[in-house]
Design a binder for this molecule. Structure first.
Ligand SMILES: *Cc1c(COP(=O)(O)O)cnc(C)c1O
Length: 349
């Protein structure tokens, strides 16, 4: 059944073990992030089998689907006030930046008779979640004493919106803010969560400042790449995920459309270059499954464009026939789309 994604759980295991070992020697806890593959059960199983204690995701649905597991659950996305009951019931800790959410979590934890941990996010330039440094004092001056929800860490997220790369100084800022909060407001912030796969290059160079003791890592484990510079990490598998799609037409055709040209299926006016006749293929996969721009074919072919259900390719005169299966590497964005699409079959090996 095609299109399908083949998920190699042994290659994922290898990446998890490599990263866990690298971070352990630096006193840093690896928190695998599962949101990019919708917490695919076999990969969550690998995480659990490798002796990891905590897993992170950004969707409560993914945590709820994990069911019985020893893993403690870290919710990455800031809480929705409308979901506090489910959040406290199904997870053990979360990232926070808003006082109103913290107070709602505390009230709910009291109600559920449960202790709950929270990591306070600081925005160090990427402009997604977190308090600005100059907002920290006002935040703590207004925060009421908490009963069952505990601010037990501080964290930062980078290279998601603003593309800001974590540097040694960036993480030293985080440590300085933590020291200030601890000495001024009496909180003990044991956890210092130093970012995501964009902090991996610092770990590889053993440059994470002393005191950073957690990284939340999705991409590197799934794709073998770090996300500050897009480098492939030596010794990591880049083919945990393989996309396969089936050829449904193989024909020699011109490369330039003819007739009166209007819009394509997505409202754009196409402008196709005339490269002469070529052997063209159509694959049974389309934009409803994945944005083709992010796919890397493993065969020598070129992706020309796609509509909702078709991907048109230049087969570079290769010996292909209808029914052949072509393979692709996936990127972070395409993994996310493919794993989310109900039309794409998934198979774990
Ligand atoms: C998604 C996410 C991560 C993991 O990011 P990767 O680049 O996949 O490692 C870490 N932290 C937060 C807050 C996230 O939203």
């Amino acid at each position: 059944m095609y299109p399908r994604v083949i998920i190699d759980s042994q290659k994922y295991r290898h990446n998890v073990v490599q990263m866990k070992t690298l971070l352990e020697t630096q006193g840093v806890e690896l928190i695998p992030v599962t949101k990019g593959f919708c917490a695919w059960p076999e990969l969550v199983g690998v995480i659990e089998q490798e002796g990891i204690e905590r897993v992170a995701d950004s969707r409560l649905e993914n945590f709820e689907a994990m069911g019985e597991t020893k893993l403690k659950k870290l919710m990455l996305r800031l809480p929705m006030l409308s979901q506090i009951e489910r959040l406290v019931r199904h997870t053990d800790l979360c990232l926070v930046s808003e006082r109103v959410a913290i107070e709602a979590i505390d009230a709910e934890a009291l109600k559920q008779d449960k202790d709950y941990d929270m990591i306070l996010m600081i925005d160090l330039g990427d402009l997604r979640e977190g308090l600005l440094e100059e907002q920290v004092d006002a935040f703590f001056q207004e925060l009421k004493p908490l009963q069952r929800a505990h601010l037990s860490g501080i964290g930062v997220n980078l290279t998601c919106f603003g593309g800001v790369i974590p540097e040694v100084e960036t993480l030293n800022r985080l440590l300085a803010i933590r020291a200030h909060i601890q000495s001024t407001y009496g909180y003990t912030l044991d956890v210092v969560s130093g970012g995501n796969s964009s902090s991996v290059y610092l770990a590889m160079q053993h440059k994470l400042p002393q005191g950073v003791n957690m990284l939340r890592i999705g991409e590197t484990l799934a794709l073998g790449t770090e996300s500050s510079y897009g480098e492939v990490l030596p010794g990591y598998h880049t083919d945990v995920f393989t996309l396969e799609a089936e050829l449904i037409e193989v024909r020699r055709k011109p490369s330039k459309p003819w007739g009166l040209i209007g819009m394509d299926a997505f409202g754009e006016v196409p402008n196709h270059e005339d490269l002469g006749p070529m052997l063209r293929g159509i694959l049974a996969i389309g934009r409803q499954d994945v944005s083709f721009e992010k796919l890397k074919p493993r065969q020598d072919i070129q992706l020309l464009g796609s509509s909702s259900d078709h991907l048109i390719v230049d087969l570079h005169e290769g010996a292909y026939k209808v029914g052949d299966i072509l393979q692709f590497d996936v990127s972070y964005g395409s993994m996310l789309q493919l794993m989310t699409s109900p039309y794409v079959k998934k198979e774990t090996i």
